[in-house]
Write a protein that binds this ligand. Structure first.
Ligand code: PLP
Length: 205
């Protein structure tokens, strides 16, 4: 464990770690196991499908350190399957469950010193799948990138499990029947930011 880090100050925010996982696939090639590389910026074509047409998905899951010091996951294969359903909806090549789970294990193992002590939080695991190849017309990208980064986090809700106030917006909608609301499409999330900020600014929640 990282002894010099202040584990008590963790919130749900980004603390960069050392290593990330990345793999790419071209056209109809099968996904191959990827590589670990230093955590850092990725280079993308300005015409990347994800930047122009939102061909992107994310996942989120946690690795925990138990009181006995083991590092455990909760059903990572379910996150793999959900990402496969999303890939199907956004016309991206699904990452096989075995590649996904192996990648999660590799990147957590490579950053094991960043898994918080038992009871102090968790290591948040963030897989991304995106159309990274260039495409001008509205169509599936010619190539794809699957990457995973990790960061230690504290509780999502500060102050533990408490009742929270919620506001139902009548003016904004997150999802429509037949749309992408049922999968973790990256484009589902930005439209919620304005209603959320406004509700907070109005003191409504
Ligand atoms: C992914 C997600 C969550 C967390 O869901 P889990 O199934 O616990 O991973 C919560 N809210 C929204 C809107 C999400 O997309």
């Amino acid at each position: 464990m990282n002894e010099s880090f202040d584990w008590d100050s963790l919130t749900f925010s980004l603390t960069p770690t050392e290593t990330m996982y990345i793999t790419e696939t071209e056209g109809d090639e099968p996904w191959m196991p990827g590589r670990l590389q230093p955590y850092g910026n990725v280079s993308l074509s300005p015409a990347a499908g994800v930047l122009n047409y939102g061909q992107g998905l994310f996942e989120g899951m946690k690795a925990f350190r138990t009181s006995k010091g083991r590092v455990v996951f909760f059903r990572p294969e379910e996150n793999a399957r959900r990402m496969q359903r999303g890939a199907d909806r956004l016309k991206m090549p699904p990452v096989p469950e075995s590649v996904f789970v192996d990648a999660v294990e590799q990147v957590v193992a490579a950053n094991i010193n960043w898994v918080p002590p038992s009871g102090k939080g968790a290591m948040y695991v963030r897989p991304l799948l995106m159309g990274s190849g260039p495409i001008l017309g509205v169509a599936p990208a010619p190539s794809y990138t699957f990457l995973i980064y990790v960061t230690p986090v504290g509780p999502y809700f500060k102050g533990g499990v408490n009742a929270i106030d919620l506001l139902i917006s009548e003016r904004h909608h997150r999802a429509a029947p037949g749309g992408s609301g049922g999968v973790k499409a990256i484009g589902n999330y930005a439209p919620g930011m304005k209603p959320s900020k406004e509700a907070k600014a109005d003191g409504l929640c």
